[in-house]
Design a protein around this ligand. Structure first.
Ligand code: GLY
Ligand code: MN
Ligand code: MN
Length: 445
């Protein structure tokens, strides 16, 4: 049994405090109320493992369900109020310790903490004097009902009191813009998530062989995630052998790996609430066949060109266009498409083999929050943003018009996580190889 000295770490309390200070300044004096994620039922009385809502966690660091956070700029009773579950000796025997109101203040920096059952009694004080209220609808529907009732009650007291909320605003616009830019401690967590996922991919490359079931590789990846201190996968791993690699969201992972097939593995983990997202495509204890190598090299060339383009001032659209241009050149050379590169791009004929976008933001959520467009245009990259670069090439088993039969039923994607820096970029997931030679060395029998 190997032991790794890598405990899941909570970001320092000062990180959350600093975020709250910045958030409070942007609220224009109006209170913001954030609900925790609801508990989700898996089946009957069994719940999914609880994962806090990312926005709520970002500002509070508080991991427990049935909580509510109030941010009240300049409020005399304190600017950060947490409503939490009560301490309960009997319940805690079943489900583990709770912070309670004392812990919410002592360990999570709340200026004031109240019991969740007091929301209806206490919250009106924060609402009645506010001209507007920030609250995100749709996160926790049970709390939505309570909140709308309390906000309506506060509105109806306008005539009597001469004050009360006129507008309901969505605080996600502010929080998501903050989350889009990662600070040093956040980048450290993302580097760790990237390192652990890279180790899992290397292990999968070393171990995967034909005859194994896809789920065995899934188990291997999850084993590495958990033994190295990640809380688990950041999304259901895609372990797609042979033809399954042409199904973009294949997650059943229940087929036997065949000799001579490629395995597309898309798996990332979550460490301290930050995600990694890596894809590699590799042969099973074998070398790439010449046809596989040709297609693989097309994707790798496109991915390297797209990564190379990442720097401040470049837009996501340009990163995508760089990948598409290189993919189309490769597809033409391989005889998959015909016509001029420009024509193939304008008519989108390449989408037969490349039907998704090249990048998404990455952070606390694998498809992280933040606007992709600004003023009707694709947004320019800035230092501190993290994005994936993940071009692919997918030849469906049903594809008739391809130059070689062997090309059919082949799916290839290569995905890395890229931090935008002042100088250009840093590849967070560089710990897992991707050139043909490096991969063949790692998967060698
Ligand atoms: N693993 C999900 C994605 O690559 O977007
Ligand atoms: Mn991705
Ligand atoms: Mn992925």
């Amino acid at each position: 049994m190997t032991h790794f000295d890598l405990q899941p770490q909570r970001l320092a309390p000062t990180v959350f405090k600093h975020r709250r200070e910045r958030f409070l300044k942007t609220l224009d004096g109006a209170p913001a109320i954030l609900p925790s994620a609801p508990v989700a039922i898996r089946s009957n009385d069994v719940e999914f493992t609880y994962r806090q809502n990312s926005d709520f966690y970002y500002l509070t660091g508080f991991p427990e369900p049935e909580s509510l956070a109030v941010f009240a700029p300049g409020h005399p009773d304190g600017e950060f109020v947490l409503f939490v579950r009560p301490r309960d000796k009997e319940r805690e025997t079943w489900t583990g310790p709770r912070a309670g109101v004392e812990g919410a203040v002592a360990d999570y920096g709340a200026d004031r903490a109240c019991l969740s059952e007091e929301i209806e009694r206490i919250l009106p004080r924060y609402l009645e004097s506010a001209a507007q209220v920030h609250y995100p609808l749709g996160v926790n529907e049970r709390l939505d009902v309570t909140m709308l009732r309390l906000i309506r009650a506060a509105q109806s007291s306008r005539e009597r009191l001469g004050q009360g909320p006129r507008a309901l605003l969505d605080p996600r616009a502010i929080i998501h813009e903050m989350r889009l830019f990662k600070s040093e401690p956040e980048i450290d967590a993302m580097r760790q998530a990237a390192r652990i996922a890279a180790a899992a991919h290397c292990e999968a490359m070393r171990r995967a062989r034909h005859g194994m079931m896809e789920w065995e590789v899934e188990a291997l990846v999850n084993y590495v995630f958990r033994t190295r201190g990640a809380s688990g996968a950041s999304y259901p791993p895609i372990v797609a052998g042979g033809p399954n690699a042409t199904i973009l969201h294949y997650v059943t992972n229940d087929r036997r790996l065949g000799a001579g097939e490629l395995l597309l593995l898309d798996a990332g983990c979550e460490y301290d609430y930050y995600a990694s997202d890596i894809t590699r495509t590799f042969p099973l204890k074998a070398r790439f066949s010449s046809c596989q190598r040709e297609l693989y090299q097309i994707v790798l060339t496109a991915q390297l060109a797209a990564i190379d383009s990442v720097r401040p001032g470049i837009s996501l659209e340009e990163v995508h266009d760089t990948a598409v241009h290189a993919l189309v050149e490769g597809m033409r050379a391989a005889g998959l498409v015909s016509g001029s590169t420009e024509e193939i791009i304008t008519t989108a004929a390449y989408r037969r083999f490349y039907m998704h976008r090249t990048s998404h933001w990455l952070g606390m959520d694998v498809h992280d929050v933040g606007d992709y467009r600004r003023d009707g245009k694709s947004r320019q990259l800035e230092p501190g943003m993290v994005l994936t670069v993940e071009p692919g090439l997918y030849v469906s088993p049903a594809e008739e018009a391809v130059p070689a039969r062997e090309m059919r039923a082949t799916g290839i994607r290569i995905e890395d996580d890229i931090l935008v820096t002042a100088q250009g970029h840093e590849v967070l997931t560089a710990g897992v190889p991707k050139t043909v030679d490096e991969i063949e060395a790692l998967v060698a029998p």
